[in-house]
Design a protein around this ligand. Structure first.
Ligand code: GRF
Length: 309
Protein backbone atom coordinates (compact mmCIF):
# COMPACT_ATOMS: atom_id res chain seq x y z
CA UNK A 1 0.00 0.00 0.00
CA UNK A 2 2.84 2.42 0.94
CA UNK A 3 4.70 1.57 -2.27
CA UNK A 4 1.65 2.41 -4.40
CA UNK A 5 1.13 5.68 -2.58
CA UNK A 6 4.80 6.54 -3.03
CA UNK A 7 4.53 5.83 -6.76
CA UNK A 8 1.38 7.92 -7.01
CA UNK A 9 3.10 10.86 -5.36
CA UNK A 10 6.24 10.27 -7.45
CA UNK A 11 8.66 10.75 -4.55
CA UNK A 12 11.73 9.00 -3.12
CA UNK A 13 11.38 6.76 -0.05
CA UNK A 14 13.03 9.37 2.19
CA UNK A 15 10.71 12.12 0.98
CA UNK A 16 7.71 9.78 1.33
CA UNK A 17 8.37 9.29 5.04
CA UNK A 18 8.88 13.01 5.62
CA UNK A 19 5.51 13.65 3.94
CA UNK A 20 3.95 10.93 6.03
CA UNK A 21 5.24 12.55 9.25
CA UNK A 22 3.94 15.96 8.11
CA UNK A 23 0.46 14.52 7.53
CA UNK A 24 0.61 12.93 10.99
CA UNK A 25 1.74 16.14 12.70
CA UNK A 26 -0.91 18.14 10.85
CA UNK A 27 -3.69 15.78 11.94
CA UNK A 28 -2.59 15.90 15.60
CA UNK A 29 -2.10 19.67 15.61
CA UNK A 30 -5.50 20.27 14.00
CA UNK A 31 -7.22 18.06 16.58
CA UNK A 32 -5.43 19.78 19.49
CA UNK A 33 -6.15 23.24 18.11
CA UNK A 34 -9.83 22.42 17.59
CA UNK A 35 -10.06 21.26 21.20
CA UNK A 36 -8.29 24.41 22.40
CA UNK A 37 -10.57 26.73 20.37
CA UNK A 38 -13.66 24.83 21.56
CA UNK A 39 -12.77 25.41 25.20
CA UNK A 40 -11.61 28.98 24.53
CA UNK A 41 -15.08 29.69 23.07
CA UNK A 42 -16.59 28.11 26.16
CA UNK A 43 -18.25 25.28 24.20
CA UNK A 44 -19.08 22.02 25.97
CA UNK A 45 -21.53 19.07 25.65
CA UNK A 46 -24.42 21.40 26.33
CA UNK A 47 -23.58 23.79 23.44
CA UNK A 48 -25.66 23.79 20.28
CA UNK A 49 -24.39 20.91 18.04
CA UNK A 50 -24.43 23.01 14.84
CA UNK A 51 -21.81 25.46 16.17
CA UNK A 52 -19.56 22.60 17.16
CA UNK A 53 -20.00 20.97 13.76
CA UNK A 54 -19.28 24.23 11.90
CA UNK A 55 -16.12 24.74 13.93
CA UNK A 56 -14.89 21.22 13.16
CA UNK A 57 -15.68 21.47 9.44
CA UNK A 58 -14.02 24.90 9.28
CA UNK A 59 -10.91 23.57 11.00
CA UNK A 60 -10.80 20.63 8.64
CA UNK A 61 -11.33 22.67 5.49
CA UNK A 62 -9.11 25.65 6.26
CA UNK A 63 -7.13 25.12 9.47
CA UNK A 64 -5.84 21.74 8.36
CA UNK A 65 -4.65 23.10 4.98
CA UNK A 66 -2.82 26.05 6.57
CA UNK A 67 -1.16 23.83 9.16
CA UNK A 68 -0.17 21.37 6.41
CA UNK A 69 1.50 24.12 4.40
CA UNK A 70 3.24 25.44 7.53
CA UNK A 71 4.73 22.05 8.44
CA UNK A 72 5.54 21.48 4.77
CA UNK A 73 7.43 24.75 4.66
CA UNK A 74 9.26 24.09 7.94
CA UNK A 75 10.33 20.60 6.86
CA UNK A 76 11.44 21.65 3.38
CA UNK A 77 8.43 20.19 1.52
CA UNK A 78 6.75 23.41 0.44
CA UNK A 79 6.81 22.54 -3.29
CA UNK A 80 5.02 19.22 -2.73
CA UNK A 81 2.30 20.63 -0.46
CA UNK A 82 1.76 23.77 -2.48
CA UNK A 83 1.14 21.59 -5.53
CA UNK A 84 -1.20 19.44 -3.39
CA UNK A 85 -3.13 22.53 -2.27
CA UNK A 86 -3.33 23.88 -5.81
CA UNK A 87 -4.83 20.60 -6.99
CA UNK A 88 -7.42 20.90 -4.23
CA UNK A 89 -8.21 24.48 -5.25
CA UNK A 90 -8.51 23.39 -8.90
CA UNK A 91 -10.94 20.67 -7.87
CA UNK A 92 -12.98 23.18 -5.87
CA UNK A 93 -12.99 25.44 -8.95
CA UNK A 94 -11.09 28.22 -7.12
CA UNK A 95 -7.81 27.91 -9.06
CA UNK A 96 -7.28 27.61 -12.82
CA UNK A 97 -4.29 25.88 -14.39
CA UNK A 98 -2.27 27.97 -16.85
CA UNK A 99 -3.38 27.24 -20.36
CA UNK A 100 -0.79 25.71 -22.66
CA UNK A 101 1.23 24.01 -19.97
CA UNK A 102 -1.13 21.62 -18.34
CA UNK A 103 -0.48 18.83 -15.93
CA UNK A 104 -3.57 16.83 -16.73
CA UNK A 105 -4.92 14.64 -14.00
CA UNK A 106 -6.21 11.46 -15.58
CA UNK A 107 -9.93 12.07 -16.05
CA UNK A 108 -10.73 8.48 -16.82
CA UNK A 109 -8.60 6.51 -14.37
CA UNK A 110 -9.30 3.17 -15.97
CA UNK A 111 -7.93 3.19 -19.55
CA UNK A 112 -9.78 -0.07 -20.25
CA UNK A 113 -13.03 1.87 -20.11
CA UNK A 114 -11.91 4.32 -22.77
CA UNK A 115 -13.00 4.05 -26.39
CA UNK A 116 -9.90 3.07 -28.39
CA UNK A 117 -8.55 5.82 -30.63
CA UNK A 118 -8.67 4.67 -34.29
CA UNK A 119 -5.50 6.68 -34.95
CA UNK A 120 -2.32 5.57 -33.15
CA UNK A 121 -1.72 8.31 -30.57
CA UNK A 122 1.95 9.33 -30.55
CA UNK A 123 3.75 11.29 -27.83
CA UNK A 124 6.76 13.39 -28.75
CA UNK A 125 9.25 13.94 -25.93
CA UNK A 126 11.27 17.10 -26.59
CA UNK A 127 13.01 19.71 -24.48
CA UNK A 128 14.52 22.09 -27.00
CA UNK A 129 13.53 24.34 -29.84
CA UNK A 130 11.33 21.59 -31.22
CA UNK A 131 12.07 21.95 -34.93
CA UNK A 132 11.93 18.17 -35.37
CA UNK A 133 8.71 17.94 -33.40
CA UNK A 134 7.24 20.62 -35.64
CA UNK A 135 8.21 18.73 -38.82
CA UNK A 136 6.66 15.52 -37.47
CA UNK A 137 3.46 17.30 -36.41
CA UNK A 138 3.14 18.91 -39.85
CA UNK A 139 3.92 15.68 -41.66
CA UNK A 140 1.29 13.71 -39.73
CA UNK A 141 -1.44 16.36 -39.81
CA UNK A 142 -4.58 14.75 -41.23
CA UNK A 143 -2.98 11.28 -41.31
CA UNK A 144 -5.54 8.50 -41.40
CA UNK A 145 -3.93 6.12 -38.96
CA UNK A 146 -1.78 8.14 -36.53
CA UNK A 147 -1.64 11.48 -34.78
CA UNK A 148 0.61 13.43 -32.45
CA UNK A 149 -1.54 13.39 -29.34
CA UNK A 150 0.83 14.77 -26.71
CA UNK A 151 4.05 16.74 -26.30
CA UNK A 152 6.06 15.81 -23.22
CA UNK A 153 8.67 18.29 -22.06
CA UNK A 154 10.88 18.85 -19.02
CA UNK A 155 11.67 22.54 -19.56
CA UNK A 156 8.96 25.13 -18.92
CA UNK A 157 10.56 27.60 -21.37
CA UNK A 158 11.26 25.17 -24.23
CA UNK A 159 10.30 26.36 -27.71
CA UNK A 160 8.51 23.08 -28.38
CA UNK A 161 5.73 24.14 -25.97
CA UNK A 162 4.74 27.10 -28.15
CA UNK A 163 4.82 24.83 -31.22
CA UNK A 164 2.41 22.48 -29.43
CA UNK A 165 0.17 25.39 -28.53
CA UNK A 166 0.08 26.64 -32.13
CA UNK A 167 -1.04 23.20 -33.27
CA UNK A 168 -3.50 22.72 -30.41
CA UNK A 169 -1.65 19.68 -29.05
CA UNK A 170 -1.81 19.06 -25.28
CA UNK A 171 1.44 19.29 -23.36
CA UNK A 172 2.71 17.57 -20.27
CA UNK A 173 5.44 19.23 -18.26
CA UNK A 174 7.35 16.60 -16.33
CA UNK A 175 9.54 16.71 -13.23
CA UNK A 176 12.70 14.73 -12.59
CA UNK A 177 11.63 13.20 -9.27
CA UNK A 178 8.48 11.56 -10.58
CA UNK A 179 9.99 10.66 -13.96
CA UNK A 180 12.92 8.75 -12.46
CA UNK A 181 11.72 7.68 -9.05
CA UNK A 182 7.96 7.60 -9.50
CA UNK A 183 5.77 6.01 -12.17
CA UNK A 184 7.51 7.81 -15.09
CA UNK A 185 4.15 9.50 -15.86
CA UNK A 186 2.67 6.25 -17.14
CA UNK A 187 -0.76 7.23 -15.86
CA UNK A 188 -0.83 10.34 -18.03
CA UNK A 189 0.51 8.49 -21.08
CA UNK A 190 -2.16 5.85 -20.65
CA UNK A 191 -4.78 8.52 -20.21
CA UNK A 192 -3.87 9.82 -23.66
CA UNK A 193 -3.80 6.18 -24.86
CA UNK A 194 -0.24 6.76 -26.11
CA UNK A 195 1.01 3.77 -28.13
CA UNK A 196 4.25 5.15 -29.52
CA UNK A 197 6.90 7.55 -28.24
CA UNK A 198 9.27 9.67 -30.31
CA UNK A 199 12.26 11.34 -28.64
CA UNK A 200 13.14 14.45 -30.59
CA UNK A 201 15.77 16.35 -28.67
CA UNK A 202 14.93 14.90 -25.26
CA UNK A 203 18.04 14.76 -23.11
CA UNK A 204 16.98 12.73 -20.08
CA UNK A 205 17.60 9.01 -20.08
CA UNK A 206 14.36 7.07 -20.47
CA UNK A 207 13.61 5.18 -17.22
CA UNK A 208 13.31 1.39 -17.35
CA UNK A 209 9.64 1.55 -16.32
CA UNK A 210 8.83 3.39 -19.54
CA UNK A 211 10.96 1.10 -21.72
CA UNK A 212 9.19 -1.92 -20.23
CA UNK A 213 5.78 -0.34 -20.81
CA UNK A 214 6.65 0.51 -24.43
CA UNK A 215 8.88 -2.29 -25.73
CA UNK A 216 10.19 -1.40 -29.24
CA UNK A 217 7.80 1.50 -29.28
CA UNK A 218 10.20 4.29 -28.35
CA UNK A 219 12.51 5.76 -30.95
CA UNK A 220 15.16 8.46 -30.78
CA UNK A 221 17.09 10.57 -33.23
CA UNK A 222 20.82 11.07 -32.70
CA UNK A 223 22.80 13.68 -34.63
CA UNK A 224 25.71 11.37 -35.62
CA UNK A 225 26.37 8.01 -37.19
CA UNK A 226 26.01 5.63 -34.24
CA UNK A 227 27.66 3.65 -32.75
CA UNK A 228 30.26 6.43 -33.02
CA UNK A 229 29.77 9.66 -31.07
CA UNK A 230 26.95 8.38 -28.88
CA UNK A 231 26.45 7.65 -25.19
CA UNK A 232 26.10 9.70 -22.03
CA UNK A 233 27.11 13.34 -22.42
CA UNK A 234 27.13 13.15 -26.24
CA UNK A 235 24.41 15.58 -27.25
CA UNK A 236 23.94 18.83 -29.12
CA UNK A 237 27.03 20.73 -30.18
CA UNK A 238 29.32 18.35 -28.26
CA UNK A 239 28.64 15.68 -30.88
CA UNK A 240 29.57 17.93 -33.80
CA UNK A 241 32.67 19.21 -31.99
CA UNK A 242 33.83 15.63 -31.41
CA UNK A 243 33.19 14.64 -35.04
CA UNK A 244 35.24 17.60 -36.32
CA UNK A 245 38.00 17.11 -33.75
CA UNK A 246 38.35 13.48 -34.87
CA UNK A 247 38.84 14.64 -38.47
CA UNK A 248 35.88 12.65 -39.83
CA UNK A 249 34.98 13.36 -43.43
CA UNK A 250 31.35 12.42 -42.97
CA UNK A 251 28.69 12.54 -40.30
CA UNK A 252 24.94 12.03 -40.31
CA UNK A 253 21.89 11.02 -38.35
CA UNK A 254 20.76 7.79 -36.72
CA UNK A 255 17.18 6.97 -35.88
CA UNK A 256 17.05 4.03 -33.50
CA UNK A 257 14.92 2.16 -30.99
CA UNK A 258 15.51 3.09 -27.37
CA UNK A 259 16.68 0.53 -24.85
CA UNK A 260 18.07 0.87 -21.32
CA UNK A 261 21.48 2.09 -22.57
CA UNK A 262 22.09 5.54 -24.01
CA UNK A 263 22.07 5.45 -27.86
CA UNK A 264 22.50 1.67 -28.05
CA UNK A 265 19.10 0.46 -29.29
CA UNK A 266 18.73 -1.19 -32.70
CA UNK A 267 19.18 1.24 -35.59
CA UNK A 268 16.23 1.92 -37.91
CA UNK A 269 17.65 4.44 -40.34
CA UNK A 270 20.83 6.39 -41.09
CA UNK A 271 21.57 9.22 -43.52
CA UNK A 272 24.95 10.80 -44.22
CA UNK A 273 26.39 14.17 -45.08
CA UNK A 274 29.96 15.27 -45.85
CA UNK A 275 32.11 17.10 -43.32
CA UNK A 276 34.13 19.57 -45.38
CA UNK A 277 37.56 20.78 -44.23
CA UNK A 278 37.00 24.00 -42.29
CA UNK A 279 33.39 23.16 -41.31
CA UNK A 280 32.57 24.60 -37.89
CA UNK A 281 30.39 22.65 -35.41
CA UNK A 282 27.60 25.17 -36.11
CA UNK A 283 27.80 24.54 -39.87
CA UNK A 284 27.77 20.80 -39.32
CA UNK A 285 24.78 21.19 -36.98
CA UNK A 286 22.90 22.91 -39.81
CA UNK A 287 23.59 20.07 -42.24
CA UNK A 288 22.48 17.55 -39.63
CA UNK A 289 19.29 19.45 -38.90
CA UNK A 290 18.48 19.50 -42.60
CA UNK A 291 18.88 15.69 -42.72
CA UNK A 292 16.74 15.27 -39.61
CA UNK A 293 13.92 17.40 -40.98
CA UNK A 294 14.03 15.54 -44.27
CA UNK A 295 14.02 11.97 -42.93
CA UNK A 296 12.72 11.88 -39.36
CA UNK A 297 9.00 12.51 -40.06
CA UNK A 298 8.74 9.78 -42.70
CA UNK A 299 10.75 7.33 -40.57
CA UNK A 300 8.33 7.93 -37.69
CA UNK A 301 5.43 7.32 -40.05
CA UNK A 302 6.89 4.06 -41.45
CA UNK A 303 7.79 2.74 -38.00
CA UNK A 304 4.34 3.46 -36.57
CA UNK A 305 2.68 1.90 -39.63
CA UNK A 306 4.46 -1.38 -38.78
CA UNK A 307 2.62 -1.44 -35.42
CA UNK A 308 -0.68 -2.18 -37.12
CA UNK A 309 0.60 -4.91 -39.42
C1 GRF B 1 18.42 17.34 -32.81
O1 GRF B 1 19.62 17.67 -33.42
C2 GRF B 1 18.43 15.89 -32.38
O2 GRF B 1 19.23 15.09 -33.14
C3 GRF B 1 18.98 15.98 -30.98
O3 GRF B 1 18.47 17.18 -30.46
C4 GRF B 1 18.23 18.09 -31.51
C5 GRF B 1 16.85 18.62 -31.35
O4 GRF B 1 16.62 19.74 -32.16
N1 GRF B 1 18.67 14.79 -30.24
P1 GRF B 1 15.17 20.39 -32.23
O5 GRF B 1 14.78 20.79 -30.83
O6 GRF B 1 14.24 19.39 -32.81
O7 GRF B 1 15.33 21.58 -33.12
Amino acid sequence: MFKRLQQKWGVSTRQFWILFIIFGLTGTTTAMLTRYITSWLGMDETSFWLWKLLLRVGMLLFGYQVILLTYGFLLGQWAFFWKYEKKLLVRLGIWRLESGVVAPKPQTPNPKLQIPNPKVPIAIFASGAGSNAQKIIEHLKGHVSMQVALIVCNKPDAGVLSIAKTHGIPTLLIEKERFFRGDAYLAELQNYQIRFIVLAGFLWKVPDALIKAYPDKIINIHPALLPKYGGKGMYGMRVHEAVIAAGENESGITIHYVNEHFDEGAPIFQARCPVEPGDTPEQLAQKIHALEHRYFPETVEKTVEKLNR
